[in-house]
Design a protein around this ligand. Structure first.
Ligand code: Z5A
Length: 203
């Protein structure tokens, strides 16, 4: 059985990831590929409990970073690695790039500490490809205001999301082989077309 592929999706809140993950999922399934769709924080029973804490409880920033990695450790062991081993493709709504973008870029946590946690939890494992949905924070906020009530992260201002966006773009520039950056301000069907064009090259 061939190894599957691990694809992650990133971007600031409201960038439109969910909408596009659904489109890629359908395309891969129609191509005869087993797809496991998952998310971070979350993806396992323990991870979903941690997600509830992260999105709604006020907490220290170190505690927050550790909880993201606690959720990730369980996610890798119980969901991601078994799926890849049986040849499935794993589509994850966020992964470790989000910790660098939100906790390091957005909140000023130490990049060195996150690097150490990444090494401890992932032991060199990471995504084959990462799709970054890039959009300016004002446009993303307008979309979210129309669609739902904000959680603990979404109440942050546009300065915070500008820093998160910048951190994502810097990571994408450092790893152009892994990252695909899409203009998330375009119409959904335009973004889907570009995403599926890229995905055809990964098959
Ligand atoms: N977080 C972190 O800080 N550190 C970490 O390590 C990790 C995560 C892993 C998870 O929340 C939070 O955890 C997240 C970062 C932090 N911050 N927050 N909040 P989440 O999973 O609940 O939220 P999210 O990942 O940001 O997803 P989202 O807010 O749902 O955004 P989205 O998936 O990118 O957007 P969407 O739901 O597809 O679309 C939003 C709305 O826009 C919706 O009404 C759509 O119909 C509309 N939309 C979508 N695409 C378009 C286009 N192209 N044009 C116009 N309108 C559109």
């Amino acid at each position: 059985m061939s190894q599957g592929k691990f694809i992650t999706f990133e971007g600031i809140d409201g960038a439109g990831k969910t909408t596009q993950i659904e489109a890629l999922h359908a395309f891969l399934r129609d191509s005869g590929i087993e797809v496991v769709r998952t998310r971070e924080p979350g993806g396992t029973p323990l991870g979903e409990k941690i997600r509830g804490l992260l999105l709604h409880e006020d907490m220290d920033e170190t505690a927050e970073t550790l909880l993201f990695f606690a959720s990730r450790a369980q996610h890798i062991r119980d969901v991601i690695l078994p799926a890849l081993a049986r040849g499935a493709w794993v589509l994850s709504d966020r992964f470790t790039d989000a910790t660098y973008a939100y906790q390091v870029g957005g909140k000023g946590c130490s990049a060195q500490s996150v690097l150490q946690l990444e090494a401890m939890v992932q032991k060199g494992f990471g995504p084959d490809k990462t799709v970054l949905f890039d959009i300016d924070p004002e446009s993303a906020a307008k979309r979210l205001a129309l669609s739902r009530t904000a959680d603990r992260f979404e109440v942050q201002g546009t300065d915070f999301f500008s820093r998160v966006r910048k951190a994502y773009l810097e990571r994408a520039a450092r790893e152009p082989e892994r990252f695909v950056v899409l203009d998330a301000s375009a119409a959904p069907e335009v973004i889907t077309r570009e995403l599926l064009e890229k995905a055809k090259g990964w098959l």
